[in-house]
Design a protein around this ligand. Structure first.
Ligand code: FAD
Ligand code: NAD
Length: 487
């Protein structure tokens, strides 16, 4: 079929979104809310061959990982903490199959929920592959076969990311696995190796550690959680090592070979180069060394959409690709690979397309690591502020002094507020402790409104709540904390 003929018979939309993950599906919904005619194309298929919207986040990322983190944390607490509350237990067992069944049911419910949301908003769901032919033209290959050429005034590319594969430890899908594989394990490996002490390594390492696996994490960098505030990172390393994670920093993996039911991993220890190559034998090896933007089969020749040297689609601050009517959002563009960042970009683009105001505040994107203790932050780290030369002050409040945290048997960690010394603006908030991921929302809101530490100080926080830790940390920045020694 020639392009002209295709155009004549094409289905036509105002907006076509390619990719139905947490960046793409909100784009489609907001565009439809704005009165536009919208289609969302997604090719995701689960291991059983079923198609599902929701992308990595709902099918193989945020949601299944949090389901497993919740189940395993409860199991761990039943064993390790109930006794402190006076609850006597015996014979607590984990039924891994039941845990996985629950997780799958949550994933199914959430992904099917997107279809319901699309129906409610009037978005046309198209399950199959999308390819940008040129501005305003998309080739759609449905899962069931055939091809259609669709047209749209605007096309939003939201094709996400996939795990990075290491040449020295290629995935075999059974013994050397990626994060999706690590979410699907049917049994607890006795010895689990994890390459990468990043977010995935720590979260999924924790899941299987809590179920009894002996977990060794090999991290190439010398500094733990190098992107985080280092006071927070130090506390996190201490706490996570205490949970039994064997975290080796400065460990550069040189090879991984599957031998029968084992994987032999070799690595070099930067802190002890003289020792030469080290080795480790595990039953399962998770490779979690980051993700790369996914644009395979997305762009026909000559679309004009530019991709940078790392594979990210180039965009400006408003996610415009530079080709009229073509936008890109989420993991496939620069910035942190986080679901909420992609969602915000998608909503911004859908509003801009409709001629409304749209903006993403990249300065105030929260990060959360859902380990126990939880780790969360927003804004600048102390190291970044120091480097900028800006005079600053910090306030730290330990959860040990929080009545609620003690009542919860979760009094480890702290909340830390960094503020400008001169004008008191909050520059960053860093929390490690119970519900840190929920607590950080207050700091995000405060920073979104350019609040000062004094604004937080003068805001009444209910007692006894964990949120008092943020309040007290703000007070501590001026050495005016009531419930701690202002150190
Ligand atoms: P994706 O979610 O990757 O979705 C892209 C979609 O586009 C996919 O469905 C894909 O099949 C489809 N697609 C690609 N190409 C085409 C094409 N040509 N045609 C049709 N469809 C196509 N982030 C958080 O914020 N919080 C968390 O707790 C969190 N936990 C995570 C845990 C794990 C184990 C992993 C792996 C990731 C986690 N993330 C988390 C990261 C989060 O999943 C991603 O940032 C997010 O999914 C990115 O959204 P996206 O829509 O840009 O891309
Ligand atoms: P990451 O970037 O968080 O961590 C990867 C780690 O692997 C880094 O510490 C890196 O130094 C290390 N590494 C890289 N190459 C290595 C090598 N050869 N040997 C040893 N270590 C090596 O990436 P990830 O953990 O794979 O997660 C991918 C993305 O998914 C992240 O961008 C993250 O934001 C997102 N994610 C977010 C959440 C969350 O928000 N809670 C959870 C999971 C994933």
């Amino acid at each position: 079929m020639t392009n002209d003929k295709a155009a004549a018979t094409a289905d036509s939309f105002d907006v076509i979104v390619i990719g139905g993950g947490p960046a793409g599906y909100p784009t489609a919904i907001r565009a439809a809310q704005n009165g536009l005619k919208v289609a969302c194309i997604d090719e995701w298929k689960n291991h059983d061959g079923s198609a599902a919207f929701g992308g990595t986040c709902l099918n193989a990322g945020c949601i299944p990982s949090k389901a497993l983190l919740e189940s395993t944390e409860l199991y761990h607490r039943a064993q390790a903490e109930f006794a402190a509350h006076g609850i006597r237990t015996s014979g607590v067992e984990m039924d891994v199959a039941a845990m996985q069944k629950r997780k799958s049911a949550i994933v199914r419910g959430m992904t099917q929920g997107i279809l319901a949301l699309f129906k409610g908003a009037g978005v046309t769901p198209l399950q199959g592959h999308g390819r940008l032919l040129r501005a305003q033209q998309v080739e759609f290959t449905p899962n069931e076969g055939g091809k259609r050429t669709l047209s749209a005034r605007h096309v939003v590319l939201a094709t996400g990311s996939v795990p990075v594969e290491l040449k020295v430890a290629p995935f075999d899908g059974t013994r050397i696995i990626d994060s999706w594989g690590a979410l699907e394990l049917a049994a607890v490996p006795k010895r689990l190796g994890v390459i990468g002490a990043g977010v995935i390594g720590l979260e999924l390492g924790s899941v299987w550690r809590r179920l009894g696996a002996q977990v060794t994490v090999l991290e190439a960098l010398p500094d733990f959680l190098a992107i985080a505030d280092q006071q927070l990172a130090r506390e996190a390393l201490k706490a996570l090592k205490k949970t039994g994670l064997d975290i080796r920093m400065g460990a550069r993996v040189t090879g991984a070979a599957v031998k029968g039911k084992e994987v032999a991993v070799t690595w070099l220890d930067a802190q002890n180069a003289a020792a030469g190559e080290q080795s480790l034998t595990v039953d399962t090896l998770i490779v979690a060394v980051g993700r790369r933007p996914f644009t395979d089969g997305l762009l026909a020749d000559g679309t004009g959409v530019a991709v940078d040297e790392r594979g990210f689609i180039k965009v400006d601050d408003h996610c415009r690709t530079g080709v009229e009517g073509v936008w890109a959002v989420g993991d496939v563009v620069r910035g942190p690979m986080l679901a909420h960042k992609g969602k915000e970009e998608g909503v911004m683009v859908a509003d801009l397309i409709a001629g409304r105001y749209g903006h993403t505040n990249y300065e105030v994107i929260p990060s959360v690591i859902y380990t126990a203790p939880e780790i969360a932050w927003v804004g600048l780290t102390e190291e970044q502020v120091k480097k900028s030369g800006r005079p600053y002050k910090t306030g730290v409040f330990p959860f040990l002094a929080s009545g609620r945290a003690r009542a919860m048997e979760a009094a480890g960690g702290f909340a830390k507020v960094i503020a400008d010394k001169a004008d008191d603006t909050i520059l960053g908030v860093h929390i490690i402790g119970p519900m840190a991921g929920e607590l950080i929302a207050e700091a995000v809101l405060a920073m979104e409104y350019s609040a000062s530490a004094e604004d937080l100080q003068r805001t009444i926080h209910a007692h006894p709540t964990l949120s008092e830790a943020v309040h007290e940390a703000a007070l501590a920045a001026d050495r005016r904390a009531i419930d701690s020694l202002n150190r």
